[in-house]
Write a protein of this length. Sequence first.
Length: 357
Amino acid sequence: MGEGFRVRGFAYLRILAAVLAACLLVISATLWLGGQRANSVLAYVEQYGETAQVRMVDVERRLDRRIHEYVDCQVGWLPDRQRVVFTFTPPGGEHHVMAYDAFARRRTPLTQDGRYNEAPAISPDGQWIAYAANRVQRNPIYLLNTHTGEQQLLGNVPMWVTQMRWSPDGTRILARGTQNNRTAAYYVLNMAGGMYRLPNAHWANWSGDGRYTLYNDVRAGAEHIYVRDMTTGAEQQLTDTGALVRQPVWSPDGTRFVYVGGDAYAKMLMLYDFGSGATRALTQPEYADIGLVTWSADGRRIAFSGRRLAVDEQYDLLTPYDVYVVSSAGGDAQLARRGFGTYINNFSRFCAFAWRP
C-alpha cells in the first residue's frame, strides 16, 4: 500500500508540475504581450537585404522577438489583440495573407488562391480584411470575411497595390500603389461601390472621423501639407514654411498631426495643432532620415524609424535605421529597437509599424 501511495504521489506531483508549467507559460506570454497595458507593444517589419521579418517589441520593457520571416511590408492587429495579420512571401512560393497567434505561436493561412495576394488591411470592426490580388497593372481588391472566410470582389485598381488603409468608419479604403512601375498613386474605394483617384497626394491618411484626408504634395516647386474634405472635395493648405514637410500623420483624436520637417541634411518630427495652428518640434534635428511615423491608439506615443546623423563623416560610413518612441507631449526620443545593421553598401530598414491596441 505504501508503494502505491508513493506511485500515486509522484503522479500527482507530475500533474501539478505540468499545471504550474502551463500557468507560467500563460503568465510569460501575457507579460510579453504587455498584459492589459494597451499601446505598449509595437509590431513591425524589418527589411535586411533581400529578406524581411515581422517582429514585436515591448517598448516599456525593451523585450523583442521575431514572429515570422519572409513577409511583405504591411502588418496589423485583429481586434482580439492576440493575432497579427501580414503576407507570407516564401522564396519561390505563392504570397498568402496570414494570421499569426502571438500567444499560441500558431499561423493560419487566410488566402489560398493566386500568386501575389498582398497588402492586407483590417477593417475597424475586424470583420473584413481587404487585400490586393496583385497580378498585372490592373489588380482586384478582395474583401475576406474573418468570421466566415467568404471572399468578395470590391473593385479593380489600375496599379500595383503596396498599402491600404480603412477609414475609421469602415466605409472606404485608401489604397496606395504604383502605376507603370514608377508613378505613385492613391485611390479611394467605397464599400458601397465605386472608386476614384485622389490627385496630387503623397503619404495620405484618414482623419479620426474619416471625413478628411491629410497629405503632402509638391506644387510649383514647393512642398506643402494639405487637408481635403472627402465629402465636398474642398482643399486647404496647412503649411507654408518653405522647409521640408513630409509624411503627415493625423492623431487618433484628429486634433493634431505630426510630420517630418527639417532640411536635406537634418530631419526631425514636428507637431501641428489644429486648434491653435501652432507648430513645435517633438525631437531634435538629429536624424539623417525618418522613415515611418505611427501614433499609438491612445495618442500618447509616436513610433518612428530614423537614421542618426553620422558622427564620423567618413565616405563609407553607413548608419542603419533604428526604432524610436517619443511622447506626443514632448521630451527625449527613446530607442526601442536597434536596426539589424549594414551590409554591402546598404542598411536594414523598417517598412511597417502597428501598435497593439
